[in-house]
Design a protein around this ligand. Structure first.
Ligand SMILES: O=P(O)(O)OC[C@H]1O[C@H](O[C@H]2O[C@H](CO)[C@@H](O)[C@H](O)[C@H]2O)[C@H](O)[C@@H](O)[C@@H]1O
Length: 289
């Protein structure tokens, strides 16, 4: 059992860059950013996106870690206020400087002010919202479900009889629809999202890490939308910022293959956060020398 004197052991990354990233994070924690995706990383995947909630250990682990690093950020495709609500982040002790970068970085929520900074709505979203029900009816895909995200619209196929077949059947028509209205399609785990282009998790993470002047960054994700953040960490490494890429689960091989550390899912991600907090706290309490 983990105790303050004997924290949970840290997993060993499978790559040299990842081992260096973890070592730098531990050595320079006061200059480190820990950034995590929400669905599939801090929250288990569930059939109904409205029922998604952070793993019960997520807020306690984040609260323990946040005071020991420069910044903890959640980088998500969700609207920022939805991630804050489903995560239970507002007012959590220790999370008074948490940042949630929502809509792939187009929005930003700051715990310090409990406010969201959001862009003006993209005109194409309104047109897509109006045309989508007719398109789904004509496509004859049973079980596809529309999630209206305000600044974007997502079509989920997880609850269709054959989720992958429904996803494949809708991909082309949704790409055409997005194209006609100046939007892009963001594919994910049984979801096709039509959203404004111009920002992604990589752009958002890079700006956050540079804004803080961090020397190390850990990024954890589970889905295709996290590839941009992985690319950003690769580029930051080339600039001298140490990086650790964590993948939650193996459902998306494109991500798992690029990770330095693959964990089975949100429970293990929360375990990693708790273990990091335990090791950092213990290092601070030990006498120097
Ligand atoms: O960037 P994320 O925080 O991972 O958000 C990406 C999308 O997550 C949500 O969908 C996913 O989770 C659902 C709930 O577990 C699941 O039912 C769905 O199949 C997954 O794709 C969310 O609904 C989307 O809006 C996000 O873009």
């Amino acid at each position: 059992m983990a105790t303050p004197d004997h924290p949970q052991p840290l997993p060993v990354p499978s790559t040299q860059a990842g081992r260096e990233g973890l070592a730098a994070l531990l050595a320079h924690s006061g200059d480190a950013v820990v950034a995590l995706d929400f669905d599939g990383t801090l929250a288990d995947i569930v059939p109904d996106p409205e029922q998604s909630r952070a793993h019960p250990g997520a807020v306690p682990a984040l609260s323990a870690l946040a005071p020991l690093v420069a910044s903890v950020a959640v980088v998500t495709g969700r609207p920022a206020d939805v991630a804050v609500r489903y995560g239970g982040f507002a007012g959590a002790p220790g999370l008074d400087h948490l940042v949630v970068l929502g809509h792939y970085g187009a929005e930003r929520w700051d715990a310090a002010t409990d406010t969201v900074r959001a862009p003006a709505p993209a005109p194409g979203v309104e047109a897509v919202r109006a045309e989508l029900p007719g398109l789904l009816e004509r496509a004859g895909v049973e079980g596809a479900w529309i999630e209206d995200k305000g600044h974007a619209v997502a079509v989920h196929t997880r609850r269709a009889a054959d989720p992958q077949a429904a996803f494949d059947a809708l991909r082309g028509p949704l790409a055409d629809l997005a194209d006609r209205h100046g939007l892009m399609v963001e594919p994910g785990r049984m979801v096709l999202e039509l959203r404004p282009p111009g920002v992604d998790k990589g752009v958002a993470l890079t700006a956050h890490v540079r804004g803080i002047g961090a020397r190390a960054v850990l990024y954890a994700g589970d889905d295709l939308g996290d590839l941009a953040a992985y690319g950003a960490v690769d580029r930051l490494r080339a600039e001298g910022v140490a990086g650790l890429l964590v993948c939650s689960g193996t459902e998306v091989p494109e991500l798992a293959e690029r990770a330095d550390l693959v964990l089975p899912g949100p429970e293990a991600v929360v375990g990693l956060l708790g273990a990091l907090a335990g090791h950092l706290r213990r290092a601070r309490e030990l006498p120097a020398g």
